[in-house]
Design a protein around this ligand. Structure first.
Ligand SMILES: [Zn+2]
Ligand SMILES: [Zn+2]
Length: 394
């Protein structure tokens, strides 16, 4: 059976993949500074005989393996992100981070190791498929994103990519479980910076000022009404104000208030409406009280939307490798963002989760005690390799 062969190959390379993960974990690098990580990935892919391009949009690596003579062979892209976070690791591990204040607290060390492992397995099974592979090691997922830049630099061309896959190790899913979901999986994380400009003065003489603080208070409560009153209750939207700053002391009305907020949604039309409503609330409330405003509204990554056919490939591949009971349909999307979405905007794509939570626990991403067991790496490799082979046969 094909899946037994894949599992055997994955088991054979497991120790090496664990070593690679530990090496990356010990030497975490922040977004767009993933130099050593990129070098390591590029070296491993070169050793496997892949054609490797480096320094794409910063530290990005694209490794291709053309395994077909036919001109109309399909090309599958598989992506991993490489960046770590500005977090001080609190875990007591023998492969604990050596870079002070920097930590792989989202599992991207695992993603990179899994992608290298997938390449090792697929290379050995080259005789069993007909098609081209492109492995993308991407910078900057945690900040402004490397996917869009790598696409603009041409990674979807020559040979032209037909489909894309990626995974995230996931802390709220039980260890070893694969979760899949067709359609929207993750949100578009937009944000805005707002400055409400009033006129400061003596706090005992408010009528001689334009007090931006009550204006800010009204704006913040009206922003909540956008989600509850203007968006269809069966759709998803979040507006959260994460920062508000103004003033110095009791008896002085300040000139300005600064607000920072995140605005998230799963669908393009809702996303556009939210941006329009947010500005309308700010503009109108400021106008009532004679205040001015400066609004910088920043559209972040698009939502991750999974292609139904690609999702089905992952579901069935995972079932072959893990058995049906370890593969679950995810009912609800997540309101977190992921720049894998840029690949999905260009070609049919699927992003899925591989659980890392020990039974009865939740592992929190981006925290100093984030960790996962090495045993999930082999599972990640086997599922991804099976899915790639199934894709070429679909
Ligand atoms: Zn993260
Ligand atoms: Zn992540």
């Amino acid at each position: 059976m094909r899946e037994e062969k894949i599992l055997k190959k994955a088991a054979e390379i497991e120790n090496r993949i664990i070593e690679i993960r530990h090496q990356i974990h010990q030497n975490p690098e922040l977004s767009f500074a993933e130099k050593e990580t990129a070098n390591l990935a590029a070296d491993e892919m070169k050793k496997l005989g892949f054609k490797v391009e480096e320094n794409i949009f910063g530290t990005g690596v694209c490794a291709s393996f053309l395994n077909s003579d036919s001109d109309d062979a399909k090309t599958l892209l598989i992506r991993a992100d490489m960046d770590a976070l500005p977090v001080e690791e609190k875990n007591d591990l023998d492969y604990k981070s050596k870079n002070k204040g920097v930590m792989h607290a989202c599992g991207h060390d695992g993603h990179t190791a899994i992608l290298i492992g997938t390449a090792m397995v697929l290379k050995e099974l080259a005789a069993e498929f007909n098609g081209n592979l492109k492995f993308i090691f991407q910078p900057g997922e945690e900040t402004s994103g490397g996917a869009e830049g790598m696409i603009k630099a041409g990674v979807l061309e020559d040979p032209k990519v037909d489909a894309a896959m990626g995974l995230h190790l996931w802390g709220s899913t039980e260890e070893g479980i694969v979760e899949y979901k067709s359609g929207p999986l993750m949100a578009s994380p937009d944000r805005f910076n707002l400055k409400i400009i009033g006129k400061g003065g003596h706090a005992a003489r408010p009528h001689n000022t334009i007090d931006p603080i009550p204006i800010a208070a009204q704006i913040i409560s009206s922003l909540q009404n956008i989600v509850s009153r203007r968006i269809d209750p069966l759709e998803s939207a979040v507006i959260s104000v994460g920062k508000i700053e103004a003033g110095q002391t009791h008896n002085v009305i300040p000139d300005e208030v600064e607000i920072k907020a995140t605005v998230r949604s799963l669908k393009k039309d809702i996303r556009e409406k939210l941006a329009e409503y947010v500005e309308s609330v700010i503009k109108n409330i400021c106008e009532i009280y004679g205040a001015e405003y400066e609004l910088e509204y920043i559209f972040g990554y698009p939502a991750v939307i999974n292609d139904p056919k690609m999702t089905d490939i992952i579901k069935k591949a995972a079932q072959k490798i893990l058995g049906k009971e370890k593969v679950r349909k995810k009912e609800k999307a997540e309101m977190g963002g992921e720049d894998f979405s840029y690949f999905g905007r260009e070609v049919p794509a699927v992003f899925y989760y591989l659980g890392i939570a020990p039974q009865g626990e939740i592992v929190n991403h981006h925290q100093s005690d984030f960790k996962f067991n090495d045993s999930v790496l082999k599972t990640g490799v086997a599922v991804m390799a099976q899915a790639a082979l199934d894709y070429f046969e679909a």
